[in-house]
Design a protein around this ligand. Structure first.
Ligand code: 26Q
Length: 818
């Protein structure tokens, strides 16, 4: 018999080395005497994977034994980034691996760079889901993530002559050691067909006769917690042709066509939609949503039925979280399964559905809320359309009792939108069913209550909550900024902050300590050096380490106002050009870094990218400017680029017009890394200011409640001469491409400047000047930087997840014994 210890894989350097070499020989199938960095990475990844699987098994066996209430987190997007470094750190065996590899003649960090990103998401919402999975695992919650295994993740951005081009992300081409294919865990997902009436046990029922079936195959991605044995599962579904797919063609003898048609099934999980603004009414999108929802629910119900036979217990064992309204077809699917397949009464089924679902809304603008044309839904999912009509009928009956004849309100609250194209409002469906509707920051909830969902809030105020977003300090400090991690642990005298980040506030005590200042500045310098090398390799621009590294990285959107940033840069350039030498000596040198992808069909965003490039081309070679100003566009911004850029940032910019950013999570990563924030009072920035003190950041611009009046007034160019001047420079072709930029300049013209660049410009320049003044006093700056990190505790996803667990999901930790 083995003792328990013998069963565990050993983690000393010698055992790890043997493991890696075995994987070189038997998994990668290379000679153990001759393999390159990529093959070494593959072998290393497989060795880590073995350890993940070991914990994953133990955790799931333990969950099964304890049978706690589980959380199922449904999201169409997860932006996981790289897995190696994060897994090794969470497993607590980084030093051992680094030793093992160096004895083999390899450098752990070099191998880590071999890994590509898993980019199965667009931006904030998707990265948030990834941070939350890390927190769920670390805090020992019995949780599962469910999503889609896209063959192609978010497009790669390449820049040709300053223009964005999109290229496919072939992320699976070299294999993916982080997933486990489960050929035996698969479910049929049905589409199309008709609904017929049938009499069953004397009762008439509606029965869906689908016309197409696609198989969903599970791919499991273990998510290890930090400082715990728990490893939870992210189960992603891939579409495969089902044996029943298009049986008709076989019987009619059209064998070749039948085989060719089978491949069509796979298109469902082929590609991620790259537009984070919402893309309404596309058949493939609806099929993706239903495909992953149906497979996940079959899996969840099968697990429930393993141990239970009464659906009354379902809400005691299952919490379903829907990440924005994208998976909200799950509500109709649960009703279909309970009523049509499990033969529960409608009202009993609805009672269960209302107890299990909660939703988080990530959008601000009502236009971003997803709508599905009735005709489309009726064709792809005919039975679901009937169910939604029935849900809406019940909702309208209930509302009429309360609201009487207020037909305007009734029609606003209806799940069905009348109009030229009759649509289902997925948000209203979610609101009708979910027991909790969460916003992602305090300010965002206000917007939902007073604008977007005002009618629903008045009716059901108790449903509305907010959980301010957070990010995981494991990835955003421990993995991406090891020097900062050591400094924090050294000064706090413990590593406990990695699991309990509130402790980080302990740094405040040393905010003026000269020894800490010296270590802090050194850390920043090393990180800036790494970033400067990266910039030079990518763009051939040499930057000075003495300059302030000023960064804006995020998706390109008009409301995020990258254009305000560029116009500010043009202003700075213009000022330098008009200075004499003695004035120039007082200028704080800057490296302005911008990065981000534009949705492929978003013309204005693409013009903003081009404008960055033409300004950079002119400024960077101007001998009058030299090191006083450099402009850099970092191509193909993604999670691993963020891990490199954020630790090397002095100042980060968050410029959304007040009221437009639901939360923002990038700012939290910068805050943890001691970058100072230049931001509008929008989304989570308001709460950041409360934590670190407004004096420790550079706030500017109109407040949310001032925005409507300013729009009304329409002060754009007249309001600020400086603004008029820089817009004019672009218009007049100072940077070339005069005709091309005309429409971009038009967006900020008098009366059209919806995002208020003109009225915020003066205030923006003042905030920038304040940042310059602060940077001159490096001790003051360092102190503000330390206070930023020290005040970042609230913005950990651990806090967010604990709030969700307690206030929305009703789940408790279930810690697998070591
Ligand atoms: C919808 C329909 C069809 C195709 C795509 C979409 C789609 C996909 C992604 C719509 C929106 C998104 C992503 C939204 C998003 O990332 N929102 C951000 O969420 C963050 C996390 O809560 C917030 O911090 C940001 O403020 C918010 O913009």
């Amino acid at each position: 018999m083995f003792g328990l210890m013998d069963v565990f894989l050993k983690n000393d350097a010698v055992s790890l080395q043997k493991d890696i070499l075995d994987h070189v020989e038997f998994t990668v199938a290379r000679s153990r005497f001759n393999f390159d960095d990529f093959e070494a990475y593959q072998a290393l990844a497989h060795s880590v994977r073995d350890r993940l699987i070991e914990r994953w098994h133990d955790t799931h066996q333990y969950f099964k034994k304890k049978d706690p209430k589980r959380l199922y987190f449904l999201s169409l997007e997860f932006l996981m980034g790289r897995s190696l470094t994060n897994s090794v750190i969470n497993l607590g065996i980084q030093d051992q691996y680094a030793d093992a590899l160096s004895q083999l003649g390899f450098d752990y960090e070099v191998l880590a760079e071999q890994e590509g990103d898993a980019a199965l998401g667009n931006g904030g919402l998707a990265r948030l889901a990834a941070c939350q999975m890390d927190s769920l695992a670390t805090l020992d919650y019995p949780a599962w993530g469910y999503g889609l295994r896209y063959q192609y993740g978010l497009f790669r951005q390449i820049i040709v002559d300053g223009f964005q081009h999109e290229q496919p992300d072939f992320w699976l081409n070299f294999g993916n050691p982080w997933e486990i294919e489960r050929v035996h865990v698969s479910y049929p997902v049905k589409f199309y067909g008709t609904v017929e009436e049938e009499v069953l046990n004397g009762k008439t029922c509606r029965v869906w006769i689908p016309a197409e079936s696609v198989e969903a195959v599970a791919y499991d991605n273990p998510i290890p917690g930090y400082g715990t044995r728990n490893a939870i599962n992210l189960r992603l579904w891939a579409a495969k042709p089902s044996d029943q797919y298009d049986m008709e063609s076989y019987t009619t003898g059209d064998y070749i066509n039948a085989i060719v048609n089978r491949q069509k099934a796979e298109t469902i999980s082929n590609v991620l939609y790259p537009d984070d603004r919402s893309y309404q009414g596309k058949e493939l999108r609806l099929k993706q949503q239903y495909f992953f929802v149906s497979a996940s629910l079959q899996d969840i119900i099968r697990r429930f039925k393993d141990l239970h036979n009464n659906f009354d217990e379902f809400p005691e064992k299952v919490a379903l979280q829907i990440n924005d309204t994208h998976p909200s077809i799950a509500i109709a699917e649960v009703m279909r399964v309970l009523v049509d397949e499990e033969h529960l009464d409608w009202s009993k089924a609805w009672g269960i559905a209302c107890k299990i679902f909660s939703v988080t809304i990530h959008a601000v603008q009502p236009e971003a809320l997803e709508k599905v044309p009735i005709d489309l839904l009726g064709s792809v999912l005919p039975r679901h359309l009937e169910i939604i009509y029935e849900i809406n009928y019940c909702l309208m009956e209930e509302l009429k009792k309360i609201l009487g004849q207020d037909y305007d309100k009734l029609s606003r609250m209806s799940i069905i939108e009348e109009g030229a194209v009759k649509c289902i409002r997925m948000a209203n469906l979610s609101l009708a069913c979910c027991h909790t509707v969460n916003g992602v920051s305090r300010l965002h909830l206000e917007t939902l209550k007073t604008r977007v969902f005002k009618d629903f809030y008045e009716l059901w105020p108790q449903k509305f909550q907010f959980k301010t977003n957070g990010v995981t300090q494991r990835r955003w400090i421990v993995v991406s900024n090891p020097s900062l991690c050591s400094i924090i642990s050294k000064w706090l005298g413990t590593e406990a902050w990695i699991r309990n980040v509130d402790l980080i506030a302990g740094l405040r005590e040393y905010a003026e300590d000269p020894d800490l200042h010296a270590e802090w500045k050194n850390m920043k310098k090393v990180n800036k050096m790494r970033l400067a090398e990266y910039i030079e390799t990518l763009t051939s621009v040499k930057v000075s380490l003495d300059a302030m590294f000023d960064v804006q990285i995020k998706r390109i959107h008009e409301y995020k106002r990258q254009l305000l940033n560029i116009l500010g840069i043009i202003h700075r350039y213009d000022c330098i050009k008009n200075m004499d030498e003695s004035d120039k000596r007082r200028v704080v040198p800057r490296v302005c870094i911008i990065g981000g992808k534009a949705a492929p069909g978003y013309e204005v965003a693409k013009k903003i990218i081009k404008l960055c490039h033409v300004v950079a081309d002119k400024v960077n070679i101007d001998p009058d400017v030299g090191d006083l100003l450099k402009v850099v566009f970092i191509p193909d911004y993604n999670v691993s680029v963020a891990e490199l850029v954020i630790p090397g940032t002095d100042l980060s910019q968050h410029l959304s017009t007040a009221g437009h950013e639901a939360s923002g999570t990038g700012c939290m990563k910068f805050l943890m890394n001691g970058s100072l924030l230049l931001a509008t009072a929008d989304g989570s920035a308001v709460e950041i200011a409360e934590e670190i003190g407004a004096a420790n950041m550079f706030l500017f611009g109109a407040k949310v409640d001032e925005v409507p009046a300013l729009r009304e007034k329409g002060t754009s160019l007249k309001g600020s001469l400086q603004f008029a001047r820089v817009v004019r420079m672009v218009r007049d072709g100072h940077f070339g491409f005069k005709d091309y930029f005309k429409s971009l300049c038009d967006t900020v013209e008098e009366g059209k400047d919806f995002y208020l660049l003109g009225s915020d410009f003066a205030s923006y320049l003042e905030a920038q000047a304040a940042a310059d003044r602060a940077f001159v006093d490096q001790e003051k700056w360092t102190q503000m930087s330390i206070l930023s990190t020290a005040g970042s505790g609230k913005f950990s996803s651990d806090r967010t997840i604990e709030e969700y667990a307690e206030q929305s999901w009703g789940i408790e930790p279930c810690k697998c014994p070591f």
